[in-house]
Design a protein around this ligand. Structure first.
Ligand code: AHR
Length: 335
């Protein structure tokens, strides 16, 4: 090959390389790939580490955040599903930090073990907003705000409504289906409920075990409770609807009537539990609102505008007892 021809080819190859690199760069700055996210025009880049998809409630929360941020041109959302593993959440957070997102939203699977990675976020000047579940950290400045419910109050309300329903003089044996071990939603719902029934010696928790917030595990654990305590159970308190729905199935298969022979109290308020109450198979719903997208978007915009945001952004919730209340509410339920 002649020298001139070779020279032209080298020049062409170099130009192609420059052109391709320029193309790659502009693509990463406009999409959710792994590039540096800071300075992407005026967009607020949010990295959201979600726990998984263990329940109808969780799916509703994911949809709310994807819909709200996804439909607002001011945002770019980077979403990561941890499949119930804290280690996956920590990896996701580190990747968001490396990408220099503007804000991290974290729904923490458990309460403990967050210090190190949150310090890394703080050192990188990236604010962290906790969604729906809380964490235990000594240094409270490791997160900016918490958006979610008061799980202790939910537990207290579950006990109060059960006592109202069954009467304070009745002797009531309760079995409890706990959420994921170590999760604030499980710890606090357990504590609130226990605190409230402590004052009434007629109400006893005879069994309490985790059903991991899932329908399958809720059913399995309820089957075991029925096997050991059978006709001794008057009520089941489930930390979420999916476990309650699993328990209802187990009670029916055991030959008893859920909602009648065994009262069912549950937390969340997904459509399926409203239908179960209307069918007479469950009794009390303690609502916990998963539609946190709008509050997260507002908090992110406020932070960008340099405004201070509340330390705890609480959600509005209700309690529904009995068929009439469930019937009235079902048509307007969003999840
Ligand atoms: O943290 C909220 C809880 O997590 C919901 O009650 C439950 O359904 C979910 O999986």
């Amino acid at each position: 090959m002649g020298k001139t021809k070779k020279g032209w080819m080298l020049l062409f190859a170099s130009l192609m390389t420059i052109f391709l690199l320029a193309g790659c760069n502009s693509e990463s700055s406009g999409s959710s790939s792994d590039g540096d996210s800071k300075g992407k025009g005026d967009k607020i880049v949010v990295g959201f580490s979600q726990i998984g998809a263990e329940s109808g409630w969780r799916t509703a929360e994911t949809d709310s955040i994807k819909d709200t941020l996804g439909n607002d041109p001011q945002f770019e959302l980077k979403f990561s599903d941890a499949q119930q593993k804290q280690e996956n959440q920590i990896k996701a957070l580190r990747s968001f930090i490396a990408q220099k997102v503007d804000l991290i939203a974290l729904a923490p699977v458990v309460e403990s073990g967050w210090e190190t990675v949150l310090k890394e976020a703080k050192n990188a000047d990236i604010p962290v907003i906790l969604l729906d579940r809380g964490i235990n950290v000594k240094d409270e400045t490791l997160y900016t705000s918490f958006i979610g419910s008061d799980f202790i109050t939910e537990g207290e309300n579950a006990a109060k409504e059960l006592i109202n329903l069954m009467g304070k003089d009745s002797k009531v044996n309760i079995v409890e289906l706990q959420g994921t071990v170590g999760a604030s939603a499980a710890n606090d719902r357990m504590a609130g409920f226990a605190k409230e029934i402590k004052g009434n010696a007629n109400y006893k928790i005879i069994k309490s075990q985790t059903g991991d917030f899932t329908r399958t595990k809720g059913k399995e654990v309820m089957e075991a409770f029925l096997k050991s305590d059978g006709d001794n159970i008057d009520a089941v308190y489930a930390h979420n609807d999916d476990m309650a729905l699993g328990a209802i199935q187990a009670i029916e298969e055991y030959g008893l009537k859920p909602g009648e022979d065994i009262k069912v109290v549950s937390v969340d308020g997904i459509k399926d539990i409203f239908k179960a109450v209307i069918a007479g198979k469950a009794n009390i719903i303690i609502e916990c609102n998963p539609l946190l997208g709008p509050q997260l978007a507002q908090a992110a915009k406020d932070l960008k505008a340099g405004k201070e945001i509340e330390r705890w952004i609480k959600t509005d919730e209700e309690v529904f007892v009995g068929k009439e209340a469930a019937e009235k509410a079902l048509s307007s339920r969003q999840y």
